[in-house]
Structures are given as structure tokens and as C-alpha cells.
Design a binder for this molecule. Sequence first.
Ligand code: G1P
Length: 308
Amino acid sequence: MTQVVSCAVIPAAGLGTRFLPATKAQPKEMLPVVDKPAIQYVVEEAVRAGIDDILIITGRGKRSIEDHFDRQFELEYFLETKGKEKMLTTVRDLADLADIHYVRQGEPLGLGHAVSVARKHVGDRPFAVMLGDDLMVDESRVLKAMIAAHETHGSPVVALRDVPRADIGSYGCADVDDPDEGTGRPRVVAVRGIVEKPHPAEAPSTMAVMGRYVFTPEIFAALDEVRPGVGGEIQLTDAIALLLDTGPVNGYVFDDGRYDIGSKLDYLRATVELALQRDDLGGPFAAFLEDLMARRGGTLSAAGADRT
Ligand code: G1P
């Protein structure tokens, strides 16, 4: 019987260079989206999918992540004496979200290496990998479906989304056996091959690996085998390719609700979508956007200005 997936590894050791200067002195995972740091959404997504044991892989300069999920007695005392009960609960609940552990990556040798440092913590359990800068605004639909697929098939599962061919070079790319191709429905497919950041002209498909994975512990042995790949880094994708030599790997294809928080444009998109979803802010924020559009003559693009 397949074991229940109750552990998630969140690699959060990257430098966030695409978001400079905001990430010069703070981790990109701590950038606020509306009023929560991006990584809190990822942790909440894990918890909603039934995970209660989380290992965050950190590195230099990531201390604020640990502080965020820890108790802060001075602040709690202040809120308590001021009678700010709601705020107090918000701050306290954060420390009780899940069992959160931390380990440092040491050297920035790549995503595959970051996952490999989780080995001791994970042991012989299946586990999820959730990239700290991939934000899902989908009530954990994708992760839950991936865990269900793993429980049915027993194999590793990677999240996949069809992207324009010009963009595939920014992602892991999976060659899939997809009987439902073209329907756009979320579905489980068989992965035939996988390659990290191929040149668009040579990519085997336009199915991009998004930052959610479910693995069995076999991934650690595969990571031991992997030699530095794209960018001179130990790539997780290359280890998945090795898994394909010994057994099946599945893909879970979905089509929306994912944002790359390390990209400025996706960050703005995520902020707008999540703000519109909020009970307390959605109404007035939507009114503002509509008013802004009206003031610009019915379009959001500045009158006569470029859309860039
Ligand atoms: C990483 C992975 C890549 C995956 C991507 C998803 O790349 O190596 O396979 O498609 O995350 O966000 P990175 O964005 O860290 O360059």
C-alpha cells in the first residue's frame, strides 16, 4: 500500500536575483503578496493538502523566514495589552500551522542539491517538493490531485503546464504520453522523457515542469548519480530523468492558478488576483481597478502609451 504523503520539502535557498533590488537584503520568499509573505501561501497550501511536516531548505540571509513562522512574544504581548485580539490570533496561529523544520543548503549547488539535503529528514517516506517561489492560487487543488495520483499509481508525480514554445527554455520540459492532448482538462499523464531548460527549437514538447513534485525516497539515490547540468548546477530534472530508467513517472497537467513570484510581472498578477479574492479588500480593490480603467478611457493601458 502506498504511504500517505505527510511531509513537504520547500527549497528556499535561491538568491532571487531577478527581483533585485527588493531582494538585496531580504529573501524573495518573504516578499509580501497583499499582506502575507509568499512562502506563507506555500506553507498554507501544503497544510490544506494534508501535510503537517514541513522542511524548509534555507541558506544565508534567510533568517526572516524562520522568524516569520516562530512565536514573537514581544509583539504578542503588545497586541494583547492593546486588545487587538484578531491580530494576536493571526500572529500566534502562524507558529502552529505545521511542524516546520529548517536545514541550510550550505553551498548553492542547485535545486537538485537543495532537495538532496532533505534526505535525513525525509527518511523512507514519500514527500512533496514545493518550490518556494511558485505560488498556487488554487486552494491546493493541484497538490491534492498530485498526492492522489501518487497514492493511486505509487510513482513520482510532477506538475506540468503547457506554455508557449518560446518560454519552454525557462523550465524543465517533459515529453508526455497524453491521450487527452488538446482538451485542456487537468489530467494524469505518463512522462516519457524530461530535460532541463531545453532550447525552444529542440524541446521535445511544450509541457513545462511547474514547482510541485511528489517523490518517493528513490529520488535521493538518483540525485547522488546526477552530475552538474544546466548552469553547472545539480538539477532536480536530471534526477527525474534517471528515475525513468527504473520505473514510471507521472505528470499532472493543469492549466491555471500558478504564479512565479520571482518574476516581477507574475508577482503583480498574483497580487491582483489574490487581492480580488479577499473578502476584506476585493470589493474596494475591484472598484479601484474599474475606476482606473474608466479614467483611462475604458482601457487599462495608459492612453497612447506602450503596453510593455
Ligand atoms: C526550477 C526547475 C525547473 C522548473 C522551474 C519551475 O527552475 O529547475 O525544472 O521548471 O523551477 O518554476 P528555476 O525556476 O529555479 O530556474
